[in-house]
Design a protein around this ligand. Sequence first.
Ligand SMILES: [Zn+2]
Ligand SMILES: [Zn+2]
Length: 167
Amino acid sequence: MSILRINISKLSEGAHQRSLQAAPGEIGLDSRFTKEVCVEAALESTSRQLYVHAEIKTGGLFKCDRCLEEVEREVSSVFGIVYVAESRAEVGEDEDMRVLSPDANYIDLDEDVRQYAILALPQKTLCTEDCAGLCPTCGTNLNRAKCECRNEAVDSPLSGLQKFTKN
Ligand SMILES: [Zn+2]
Ligand SMILES: [Zn+2]
């Protein structure tokens, strides 16, 4: 059964507001998500369709791409779904459309919320814009300490080439 479920069996026509919460794991989000998932759903019900605008907020611990430290980040997103009794209704471009059977008592948002939360994750995670990352030789976190390694990786293919041209 869906956790983020809205009972629509007795929904009158007009605007309605629902607040829903779920633990990240309950709706299938992975363990990077640590904050409760909060959904503010604005419903607009007419005789022909039900429009749902959902704002989701959660958050978690995500690894910095350079130094692998975990950083706390908020994750938020919005989406809209139009539930219609038949599939010929007109739907705006950024809205999803679902066909709802006339005797449906609930709409379930678990899967939509899960997908939009994942889509809202940034492509890149950096703890700070100028994160120094890890030393490629010894693995020291260069944000915290200096190491003795001489990382002249760019130098090595060149020195090889110099040797070659001398012969
Ligand atoms: Zn970092
Ligand atoms: Zn090092």
